[in-house]
Design a protein around this ligand. Sequence first.
Ligand SMILES: Nc1nc2c(ncn2[C@@H]2O[C@H](COP(=O)(O)OP(=O)(O)OP(=O)(O)O)[C@@H](O)[C@H]2O)c(=O)[nH]1
Ligand SMILES: [Mg+2]
Length: 192
Amino acid sequence: MKIVNAEFIKSVFDEEDWPRDGRPEVAFLGRSNVGKSSLINSLLGVRGLARTSSTPGRTQSLNFFLINNRFRFVDLPGYGYARVPKIIRSSWGDLVTNYLAKRNSLVLSIQIVDSRHEPTTLDLQLNEWLAAHAKPRVVVATKSDKLSNNELRKSIERARRALDAEQVITYSATTGKGREEVWRAIEEKLSG
Ligand SMILES: Nc1nc2c(ncn2[C@@H]2O[C@H](COP(=O)(O)OP(=O)(O)OP(=O)(O)O)[C@@H](O)[C@H]2O)c(=O)[nH]1
Ligand SMILES: [Mg+2]
């Protein structure tokens, strides 16, 4: 994907403020601090476009980015920070699952996990929810730069099994590893 233009559109708490023009959207999902905003910046090649932080809970609202005037990325708040046992019934759940459930223009959910850790209970709950609602998703294991190749291989196999995923794309926002594969998954959904 050649990025001609990428811009922040708006930060939204209420459903009535969702963009209305029907452009396709790709949502970025995962626990707090996993690297959602960093993944967005890395894919777009624009540092600081999505706000990142070493403190969990940086992204609290739905953040919309317009790319090439054609489609949008949606940076969603992370879960697991407020330690709510059931994500779907939490305030995270209200904001995010309402978006996921209702948004007709959502073409792909990018489910992000930390390649260093076993998927959490909340990762599994999200996974079940996406499957139950037949939402197209791709799993991306990020922060892969923090593992050796051998550790990475084991970790990816573990994530693949836990999340029942055909493919887990390993990523590093630090090196840009995995960028082409993630774009391929996105383009496939945008074109079809
Ligand atoms: N080494 C390394 N660090 C990363 C990578 N991706 C993200 N980080 C770091 O992880 C921290 C969290 O990244 P964010 O992108 O803000 O995470 P987030 O999922 O958007 O977090 P919230 O908005 O709080 O839910 C930051 O300190 C990033 O620099 C990666 O691929 N490699
Ligand atoms: Mg964020």
